[in-house]
Design a protein. Structure first.
Length: 239
């Protein structure tokens, strides 16, 4: 094993421990010593890779936002009805909130910090623009096809994402990170807002194909670097 690979594995260990500390304690209350203890390392072992808490936090956020952008950077197939695609996208988004509670809580922390930190705001807006454009594209297609009422696609996409972010914030209050409302209830509400109805979804015990296999062009391959959250998001969106 090369020294470079060993160093990267140690940094991943530190980032995972730091994420747990940040979501439990908050950014301000977390010290490098806390992170070292969580990772099972000495403070010097953390300091060797990260000289400051700020550097570590930015590294974690950059990795998370990059994964977020990769997850939602695909073109839905035109042959799939817009209402089905939109319902699957919302469902996928909600499932990722529940399946990755620490990442959801970290995103909530970023939103809180973005109020005062321009750099955080810029990073968050860049990532959100990717998913907003994806949603808006599907909504615009539905409007043009007559599946949806005549609305402003960007405005409705923004509203949907605001609702999802609000639900994500609520999961932080739950010990298990679960949503307080059934996923299909939320999906149905989004579709009704657009003058459509929720179609029957696949039985829960059936495994759904990936979102990018269903919603993206057939020749497009799923991202190899996508984390577990990304895999679940793409899986659900293609039901």
């Amino acid at each position: 094993m090369t020294r470079q690979k060993t160093d990267e594995q140690r940094k991943q260990q530190i980032r995972a421990a730091a994420t747990r500390c940040f979501v439990r304690r908050g950014y301000a209350a977390t010290r490098l010593l806390d992170i070292a203890r969580e990772a099972g390392l000495s403070k010097g072992g953390v300091y060797f890779h990260y000289r400051a808490k700020e550097q570590l936090f930015h590294d974690i956020l950059d990795a998370q936002l990059e994964a977020f952008e990769e997850r939602w950077s695909f073109e839905p197939v035109a042959s799939q009805p817009a209402d089905v695609t939109l319902g699957n996208l919302v469902r996928a988004h909600l499932r990722t909130l529940e399946d990755n509670p620490d990442e959801t809580r970290l995103t909530n922390l970023l939103v809180t910090m973005a109020v005062q930190e321009a750099e955080f705001r810029d990073k968050l807006e860049r990532a959100l623009a990717v998913s907003r454009d994806l949603y808006a594209g599907v909504i615009e297609r539905g409007v043009n096809d007559g599946a949806f009422a005549k609305v402003d696609p960007q405005g409705v996409a923004q509203s949907i994402l605001a609702m999802i972010q609000g639900l994500g914030a609520q999961t932080a209050l739950s010990a298990d990170g679960k949503l307080a409302v059934a996923v299909d209830e939320i999906v149905g509400g989004v579709l009704r807002m657009l003058g459509s109805e929720l179609r029957a979804s696949a039985p829960a015990e059936e495994s759904a194909p990936s979102a990018e296999a269903e919603a993206a062009p057939a020749e497009a391959a799923p991202s190899e670097a996508a984390p577990a959250e990304s895999a679940e998001a793409t899986e659900a969106a293609g039901e």
